[in-house]
Design a protein around this ligand. Structure first.
Ligand SMILES: C[S@@+](CC[C@H](N)C(=O)[O-])C[C@H]1O[C@@H](n2cnc3c(N)ncnc32)[C@H](O)[C@@H]1O
Length: 427
């Protein structure tokens, strides 16, 4: 019997097979092939077809494994995150000095001219640019000249993309640097003021710090928006389509608890004209929320109510209490304080719909996908002393609030991308 081919050959075959599926699809649909060129599409492989998405995921997984095997364990550990932390630093410095916006979309620009426009010295600019270019952010098409790639042009044209880099650099990296101190000093703490973020930022919780620095709140909001409007997590439109909103009768009230400006309510309201929405969040978001609602022609159907979700719930007997990306920001102790007032307000046919990750058992999905979910879990730990939860942890949390709370339905893949919609009712 022929012995199995070596792992790196099998991975190379898998890469070849899946690359074939993708190129053939793009060719046969007259779509451009992925490329680093400035005019290349920012998300070249459509997500519309399950076979295509599966081929893309398999390609990402196999290329990562093949890369890791080729580098080998010793070199991987010696170089642990080594270029990447400086890639983050370099791209953030370039964004801070408005370098992406000062590189022409077509053609190139000399480094001295770019330095003069941005206020960075020529030598520093060249050093940061050359680091960034190793990961396809900018290219040096001829010595001393810089041009855009499809990667860097997004930084030039989309402020929200720049905030993705900013958030990792300005808030996430300092918190990660304090993880050991936080975990040693406050093991298993439930308190956001004991999280690594607070250790890094003078004792302020994530939200206290935002209140003191409103410009950080604006940037964080743009980061969240960019993160949610791409193909990584679920967009508001996705949530509008994945949940069976059409089952709710005419005029039913949906309460969007901690709904921010109300992006989710607006998206659902647009697709489901029979429903009414109340967005609850801090009072200082009221004006901006009203503008969003007005812009979308939804005044009268989507309203804003200032409300602290730890207090008594004013909207009694709503059909749905929606909590999107709320509970994963809080430890169980605080989640119980958020959920209890909802249970007290629920009527017999009310539902709580939680939109958050349901952690998969280990090794049940491709490692590159699982890594993102595990990283989000540790983000919740670092920022808030909170967590993403497995199905068992969700069940235990609801049971600890009220023995009658039962998970009725979990809507996950393929309707949802990363989060799930967990529907909970009173049994
Ligand atoms: C991660 S954001 C999620 C926003 C929205 N649900 C979404 O999915 O876009 C968390 C939200 O909780 C709000 N929040 C935090 N503490 C709150 C509290 N005590 N009462 C009401 N809202 C709160 C924040 O202002 C923020 O809008």
């Amino acid at each position: 019997m022929a012995s199995e081919a070596p792992l790196i050959s099998r991975l190379a075959d898998e890469i070849s097979r899946n690359a074939g599926i993708l190129t053939e699809y793009l060719e046969s649909h007259g779509l451009p092939q992925p490329s680093f060129d400035v005019d290349a599409p920012s998300h070249p492989i459509p997500e519309t077809d399950d076979r295509l998405s599966a081929a893309r995921r398999a390609l990402i997984e196999a290329t990562q494994s093949l890369h890791d095997l080729a580098v080998g364990p010793a070199e991987t550990t010696r170089l642990f995150c080594f270029p990447e932390i400086y890639l983050l630093g370099a791209v953030q410095v370039l964004c801070h000095f408005n370098v992406p916006q000062n590189v022409p979309r077509t053609g190139d620009i000399g480094i001295p001219e770019l330095a003069a426009k941005t206020g960075l010295s020529e030598t520093l600019l060249a050093r940061f640019l050359r680091m960034a270019a190793t990961s396809h952010y900018f290219v040096e098409p001829r010595p001393g000249f810089v041009a855009h790639t499809a990667w860097s042009v997004a930084l030039a044209t989309d402020e929200k993309m720049r905030q993705c880099v900013w958030f990792r650099h300005a808030e996430m990296m300092p918190a990660v640097a304090k993880l050991v101190e936080a975990v040693r000093s406050y093991p298993d703490s439930h308190e956001p003021q004991r999280a690594a973020f607070a250790v890094a930022f003078g004792g302020d919780t994530f939200w206290d710090y935002k209140e003191k620095h409103p410009e950080h709140m604006v940037r964080f909001g743009q980061f969240v928006d960019a993160f949610a409007s791409g193909h990584v997590v679920d967009s508001p439109q996705n949530i509008a389509r994945a949940y069976p909103w059409e089952r709710l009768e005419e005029g039913s009230l949906v309460v969007d608890v901690g709904g921010g400006l109300g992006h989710i309510s607006v998206a659902v309201a647009k697709e489901h004209p029979n429903l009414m929405f109340q967005v609850q969040d801090f009072e200082d978001l009221a004006g901006e929320s009203a503008e969003l609602v007005e812009r979308n022609g939804l005044a009268g159907r989507v309203s804003f109510a200032p409300h602290d979700f730890f207090g008594e719930q004013p909207a009694r007997g709503a059909k749905v209490y929606l909590l999107r990306n709320i509970l994963h920001n809080w430890s169980d102790r605080y989640c119980r304080r958020i959920l209890k007032p909802l249970v007290e307000a629920m009527g017999p046919d009310s539902r709580i719909v939680v939109c958050d990750i349901v952690l998969p058992p280990p090794n049940t999905m491709p490692k590159t996908q699982e890594a993102r979910i595990r990283a989000l879990d540790l983000t919740m730990l670092s920022m808030f002393n909170a967590k993403e939860r497995s199905l068992e942890e969700w069940q235990a949390l609801f049971a600890s609030v009220d023995g009658r709370l039962k998970i009725e339905n979990v809507i996950g893949r393929p309707k949802m991308r990363m989060d799930c919609l967990i529907e909970v009712r009173l049994a």
